[in-house]
Design a protein around this ligand. Structure first.
Ligand SMILES: [Zn+2]
Length: 313
């Protein structure tokens, strides 16, 4: 329980609070420790605060997937130095949330940042993120230097260290700019926040996310991966495909319950009062509680979200 609470505190809660600028006063980044886990071959996972960082480390240099928060850049550099002296040449952002892109600015002068088109658009524009209800917050436009300078629509491959590192866009899951990153030679995949292990996921309905897109993304990814693939979640420890499948099952079952309630003409308040997701209570977390997840699914599936999908060029 403590582990779940800690994971959630370090990702979603911190994300929300940072956006509210309350976070900076409450969270002492100097106390954050960078934990390095060797996932497979030359692929490592770095856990500090915010989203998991994936790192491909080899003779040509380092490719990072996500970069946590700006104040952690030196700790990230130090952790990587413990493995290799090679430069961080590329950073791929899995999506726009600041707990995954905050390090863009401090790394931007020495690394090339790559992301899906919508990541750059949302970082550039600033705006609102949230579940279309009580989980709602504003974020400021990012400075120009923090924006990805290479963007892609559907997919991109980075050829480095004798490997093909592939980022593939899945529309409208956790956000509308999510990429899943494949390291086929090492049999590792980084899911971004389309898959997390802290309980009910945060679906950024205001940022173009949807539960159906999340289910679709995870089913498509799971279908094309070998059964023994190692899965780096957006938040949480290294997982496997069974963990992903359990998560997808939960998403399907819970969204079916809410969809049925909507068809029966029930209001959000009724669904909460009837505790329609009680059977999935063990997925409730400190950030996305069962009620917050009911609200997320209700706003998403009833089309009552007020956020707008970013349009491609
Ligand atoms: Zn996120």
């Amino acid at each position: 329980m403590r582990k779940i609470a800690a994971a959630a505190a370090l990702c979603c809660l911190t994300f929300v609070f940072l956006m509210l600028v309350v976070f900076a006063q409450q969270h002492d980044f100097s106390k954050v420790q960078m934990k390095v886990t060797k996932v497979s071959g030359n692929i490592y996972m770095l856990e500090g605060a915010g989203g998991n960082i994936g790192a491909s480390i080899g003779d040509d240099g380092i490719v990072l997937v996500d970069d946590q928060y700006a104040p952690l850049a030196d700790k990230i550099r130090a952790a990587l130095k413990g493995i290799s002296d090679k430069p961080i040449r590329f950073i791929i952002n899995t999506h726009y949330h600041e707990d995954h892109t905050g390090g863009n600015l401090p790394f931007s002068s020495t690394s090339t940042i790559i992301a899906q088109d919508n990541v750059r658009k949302r970082l550039e524009a600033g705006g609102k993120a949230g579940n279309g209800g009580t989980v709602s917050f504003q974020f400021e436009p990012s400075p120009k230097a923090a924006l990805p300078i290479i963007t892609f629509d559907h997919d991109v491959t980075v050829h480095l260290n004798g490997k093909d590192i592939r980022a593939l866009h899945f529309p409208s899951g956790h956000t509308d700019g999510d990429s899943v990153i494949f390291f086929p030679k090492e049999n590792v995949v980084h899911m971004g926040d389309d898959f997390v292990t802290y309980g009910f996921p945060f679906i950024d309905v205001m940022g173009g996310g949807s539960v159906k897109g999340m289910i679709d993304a995870m089913e498509k990814v799971a279908a094309q991966l070998p059964p023994d693939v190692k899965v780096i979640p957006g938040h949480g420890g290294v997982s496997n495909l069974d963990d992903v499948r359990r998560y997808v099952t939960m998403l399907k079952e819970t969204s079916a319950v809410i969809e049925q309630g909507i068809k029966q003409g029930k209001t959000l308040d009724q669904l909460k009062k009837e505790k329609v997701l009680d059977a999935w209570q063990k997925w409730s977390g400190p950030f996305i509680t069962t009620d917050a997840f009911i609200e997320t699914l209700y706003n998403d599936l009833s089309g009552k979200k007020t956020g707008e999908l970013m349009k491609h060029n």
